[in-house]
Ligand binder design. Sequence first.
Ligand SMILES: [Zn+2]
Length: 147
Amino acid sequence: MSEVNNFKINNRTQEGDCCPECKTSWDGGDILEDATRRKDASEPMFDMSDTELIEYAEAYGWTPEDKRRWGNLIGMELSYDDPEHYDGVSYWACPECGVAWCRWTGDRTDRFVSDVKLRNLHIEGGELTKDFKLEGFDLTKEDKKHI
Ligand SMILES: [Zn+2]
C-alpha cells in the first residue's frame, strides 16, 4: 500500500493507494476487471458482450495501454451558500475516516468528517455493500468515480 499524502483531482488512484490518515485502500480496481467481475456475478447492467464491456471501460478512460482504476473517494460539493462554493467537486474525502483534501491545493481538512461518518452509518444500515464505489452524495449503484 502506498499512502497518498497530497491528493488532487488531476492525480489518479493507482494500484495500492491508501489513505494517509486511516490506511483504508482507495484503490477500486481495474475498471475493466471490475466490469467483468460484475458480469460474472450476473449483475443485469453488465449483461454485455466482451466488446461492450471494453466499450464500457473505455467510456471511463480505460484503454489497454492505460488501464485506469476506480478510486474509492467521495467527491464533496459545497452548497451554494458556502463561501467556497464551486459548481463541482471541491474536496475528495476518504470514505472511511472522512478526512478530505482540496481538489486544487491538496490541503487537508476535517470539515467533512462528521458528514462522512453519518453517511457510513447509513450505508452500513442500508443495502449497499463494500463493493459499491462512492461519488458525491447519491447512494446509487453506479456511483463511481475514476480519478
Ligand atoms: Zn481515511
